[in-house]
Design a protein around this ligand. Structure first.
Ligand code: NIG
Ligand code: FE
Length: 453
């Protein structure tokens, strides 16, 4: 029986809470225990408390077990911050290549929309991704997953969306499943018959990546040139969604609801079809223009509405009424060189359970770093460091329907945590551009160790 004791965290950020997402002022409550630790057994947290209590409990338990010491491994956090691993609730983890040309054109002053019209943008990544083999995509996805782990993220939502044909969208989702589920004898990368529920807890030892991945189908990311918009909506609804659902390749369905991509009516059609097939909904809405996307997600009873840079007061009120969680993505505003960040303060003050995420993707947000997002949340969206921590852990976990398993350090939850090389949690948002991750654990196993700086 594998057991582990963590001792001497300067601050153990437990986020012990009400058993639901934290709303409004609750987002400031982190449940910090000083000079604290945890007892972990078989990948789950058994006990959380001050270090002397943990040590006392270890001694008591050791006298009961024949093998001697209760904890087979002791991790001395050495006066550093220990907190739940980040839960990154919005990423485009799997793609081929990069968008360096777009980046340079933006630096010269062209906009995201102009670059897309001129042949860059999402479509250029689609071309590269369609051309990549599953083996190459697997290697890319593992590389990106490793970047996330190194930043302290232990769970990431990951979208398809750079295939835009039935086969290539299925290919992306299959690779996401393949890297996340511990292999069974006989499984191979090309074997699409290994249909296991993605709700199975992935990640940890034995998987291709220890990062836990939550898959989302984003077939409606852009309209490929071989179709008219309405024709492609039909393909998504009649060909893609039924296969994605029957093979249980995704838990969520997403749509890029935006001028030039999918309008509100087309988005509604896709989301309704996804809902009928049992998928939950998250949507890219109100990113570049206010198209009423937030209201649409409210009307549909979506789990999340993501981006929301242009959302107005009625949109915020609609999200609140329908209990939809906003997922704010300041990395994309920053990297696009835009000015308008989402109205995080108004959302928190309206009592919404705000989430922040990286939007990691090659075009609008090439960062896997949640600490960078914390910095932007505090400096650009005027969230407090405590609110940013809540938004990137427990609230994010609820937005992925995993609030009962991850996102806080409480007995019974998975031992997914990160040790950061700082004494005070506020340092995570304060220092920027310098990695502070000391080590990262998934299900009680050390999966990344950089030792801090
Ligand atoms: O969330 N807005 C749509 N999708 C991504 C960008 C994808 C890309 O540019 O490749 C986003 O910003
Ligand atoms: Fe996105």
């Amino acid at each position: 029986m594998k057991s582990l004791a963590v001792l001497h965290a300067s601050q153990l950020i437990t986020l012990t809470g009400p058993g639901r997402p934290r709303l409004g002022p609750e987002m400031s409550k982190l449940g910090i225990i000083r000079d604290a630790g945890m007892l972990i057994r078989e990948g789950k947290i058994e006990l959380v408390g001050p270090s002397d209590e943990i040590e006392g409990q270890m001694t008591a338990l050791s006298s009961q077990v024949s093998a001697g010491r209760y904890a087979s491994e002791i991790v001395d956090a050495g006066g550093r911050v220990v907190m739940p691993g980040f839960v990154d609730a919005h990423t485009h983890l799997i793609f081929a290549g990069n968008r360096l040309d777009d980046f340079e054109r933006r630096a010269r002053g062209e906009s995201y929309e102009q670059i897309a019209k001129a042949g860059g943008g999402i479509w250029s990544t689609v071309e590269k991704t369609r051309g990549a083999s599953e083996v190459d995509l697997l290697a890319q996805a593992k590389k990106h997953a490793n970047w996330c782990l190194r930043c302290g993220t232990t769970t990431a939502e990951a979208k398809s969306g750079y295939g835009l044909t039935l086969e290539s969208e299925l290919k992306l989702l299959r690779v996401l499943r393949q890297i996340n589920v511990p292999p069974r004898t006989g499984d191979a990368i090309r074997d699409s018959r290994t249909a296991r529920s993605p709700a199975v807890e992935g990640g940890g030892a034995g998987s291709e990546t220890p990062l836990q991945i939550v898959p989302t189908f984003l077939g409606a990311h852009a309209v490929p040139p071989e179709f008219s918009p309405d024709e492609y909506v039909d393909v998504v609804i009649n060909e893609m969604l039924p296969r994605v659902a029957s093979q249980r390749l995704a838990e969520f369905c997403d749509v890029f609801c935006e001028r030039g991509y999918f309008d509100v009516d087309q988005s509604r059609k896709i989301f309704c079809a996804a809902k009928r097939l049992g998928l939950n909904l998250r949507g890219h809405v109100d990113q570049l223009t206010n198209s009423g996307g937030a209201r649409l997600m409210a009307e549909l009873g979506a789990t999340t509405a993501d981006h929301l840079e242009q959302t107005d007061q009625p949109g915020i009120a609609a999200l609140k009424k329908a209990n939809v969680q906003p997922v704010l993505l300041p990395g994309s505003v920053y990297a696009l060189g835009a000015r308008r960040y989402p109205a995080a303060r108004e959302m928190i003050d309206a009592g919404l359970a705000v989430v922040i995420a990286t939007d990691f993707n090659p075009g609008s947000s090439p960062t896997p770093s949640m600490p960078m997002i914390l910095s932007l949340a505090c400096t650009q969206m005027k969230m407090s460091p405590a609110e940013a921590i809540t938004a990137s852990t427990i609230n994010a976990a609820y937005s992925l329907n995993r609030g009962d398993r991850i996102g806080s350090l409480e007995p019974g939850k998975l031992a997914n945590f990160a040790i950061f090389d700082c004494e005070d949690y506020r340092e995570l948002a304060y220092w920027f551009g310098i990695p502070r991750t000391h080590s990262v654990y998934v299900k009680g196993e050390c999966v990344s160790r950089s030792g801090g700086v």
